[in-house]
Each structure stands twice: as C-alpha cells, then as structure tokens.
Unconditional design. Structure first.
Length: 292
C-alpha cells in the first residue's frame, strides 16, 4: 500500500481499557469550540450523545451486555433479557479513510487531505450541499442544523501543526486513545491483540487496520471485544465511490457512441448541392418541369 502522506498519523483506540469517562468527548468539544448536542435525555442508556454527528466528533458508546434468564416453560421463546451483565465501551471517531468517499464527492474542495494523511473539512468553503453525508460508509460526517454546513473530526489538525497530540488522546486517562505514526500504532495494536489472546480473550480483534479492506485502511482503527455490529460499525465497509471511475468510462463510451451515431446519420442523409429530392441531378426537373 502507498500511504496518502509520507508521514501518516492516526488513532488506535483500545476499547478493552476504555472506562467510559467521556473525557475525550469533553476535551474535543472544548478545544474545537463545538456547540452542545441539545442536552437530550434519551432514557435508554447512559450514553447521552447517541452517535457521531456535526456537533459530536468523539462519541463514547455504552453497550450493555445483558444476561439471559432461563426460559419459563409456560411462555413462548427460549428466554428473556435479564439484567446488565457487563459493558462494552468504545470511543468512536471519524476513520480518516485512505480512500475517502467524502473527499471524492465534495464539489467545492471544502474537504482536503492534510500532510498528515487526515481528511479535514474547511467550514468556510463548505456550501452545505450535503453530498458527503450519504457518501460516508460509516455515517460519520453530518450537517449542522444551525447553518447547514458539514462538520466532523479534524484529528485536531491545528494541534498537529503545533507538534501536539489531539485533545481527545491527551485527555484519555487510560490510554485507550493512542495517537502517533500509523505504522507504529498498527504494530502496537497487533501486539496488544496477541497479548489479550494469551490472557484468554479470544474475542479481541482489530477493526479498520488492514490496508486491504474496502476503504484502503483507516487512520483511526480499533481493538474490539465483540463483532463490529455490536458497536454499530459496518462489518465490511466499502468506499461508496469505488465504481465512479468505471461509471465515468461507461458514460464517456456511451457519449462517444451517441456522437458517432449522430454523425453517421447526418452524413448518410444529407443532400448534396445540385441534387433533387430523389438524389438525381435534375431528374425531377426534367420530368416535372418545375424548374422552368
């Protein structure tokens, strides 16, 4: 794989040590001056922010693992949900894909690739068209209702320019969020998974680290303790613009064929100077005498 930047940086989020403190969410909002999410009480979970969005660039998910109560012989079904047996917690963020569909579809150049390999939105260039929103295979980027422009994580581009790590990684008390050169993070993550397997945690796996996946690998990848779907992540993400080159080739071929057909039709049906409607010079005139 050829990196999109000579010195690519990223996030490795180890969910096995996440304690759900939401320090990363707070640090992200404070540093980037992100507005509140509406203070909505969802009454379904301790997760009050719900998901990533234009005003939530880091989102700590609280995933409840419920125990199973043995089935009641007098009731249908093989059991019912019991109390909470455990928690899976994960701090989600924009993946800063190697092949970024949001970047492909932006008509104004508001999205650009930085020298660190990350994908950033320039709010002052965004026209609010929203093309990037459905293009993202992770559902990360979103438009802010107050002005219609799109926003997402910048991996604290301004802090990186100053030689500082992103605010979320700086604030994480357990080092669940680790920041650094991407290749170093991948090596560290593989070692961590191997260690967990040795400790009897066979469910530990990496998500988004492979350059061979549908987005060419992510600059923000994760160590998960369950299937990706449990965390609300697509199991096999694919860049939504992967077929665009082929579509343009087909469209170009179709356009050339159409132009060729029109040209042939025009050339074969045109009347040369001096020819009558029959295509014979003066034939109709000599017989009908209309030219006299």
């Amino acid at each position: 794989m050829t990196d999109v930047a000579p010195h690519r940086y990223g996030f490795f989020t180890d969910t096995s040590v996440c304690i759900g403190c939401k320090a990363c969410e707070v640090a992200c909002k404070e540093w980037n001056d992100i507005p509140d999410d509406g203070f909505v009480f969802r009454a379904t979970s301790y997760d009050n922010t719900g998901s990533l969005g234009a005003s939530t660039w880091r989102h700590v998910a609280f995933i409840e693992e419920r125990s199973r109560v043995p089935a009641d012989p007098g009731r249908d079904g093989d059991g019912e949900s019991g109390g909470i047996e455990g928690w899976l917690m994960s701090s989600d963020v924009c993946k800063h894909c190697t092949h970024a569909a949001c970047l492909d579809v932006c008509p104004t150049g508001a999205l650009f690739r930085t020298e660190f390999g990350t994908v950033v939105v320039q709010a002052d260039v965004c026209n609010g068209c929203g093309y990037c929103v459905p293009a993202c295979p992770y559902g990360v980027i979103d438009r802010r209702e107050r002005d219609g422009r799109a926003f997402k994580c910048t991996m604290c581009y301004d802090r990186q320019l100053g030689g500082l790590e992103p605010a979320c990684a700086k604030a994480c008390p357990t080092d669940s969020i680790q920041f650094g050169p991407l290749e170093e993070l991948r090596t560290r993550a593989a070692e961590r998974v191997e260690r967990l397997h040795g400790e009897g945690r066979p469910e530990a796996r990496l998500y988004g680290d492979s350059p061979d996946d549908g987005v060419g690998g992510a600059a923000a990848f994760f160590l998960l303790l369950a299937e990706p779907e449990v965390y609300g992540l697509p199991p096999d993400p694919v860049v939504t613009t992967r077929d665009l080159p082929a579509m343009w080739r087909w469209a170009g071929g179709a356009a050339l064929s159409l132009v060729g057909a029109v040209a042939v039709s025009f050339l074969s049906g045109r009347v040369l100077p001096g020819e009558g409607a029959t295509g014979r010079t003066g034939a109709r005139g000599r017989r009908g005498g209309w030219w006299r």
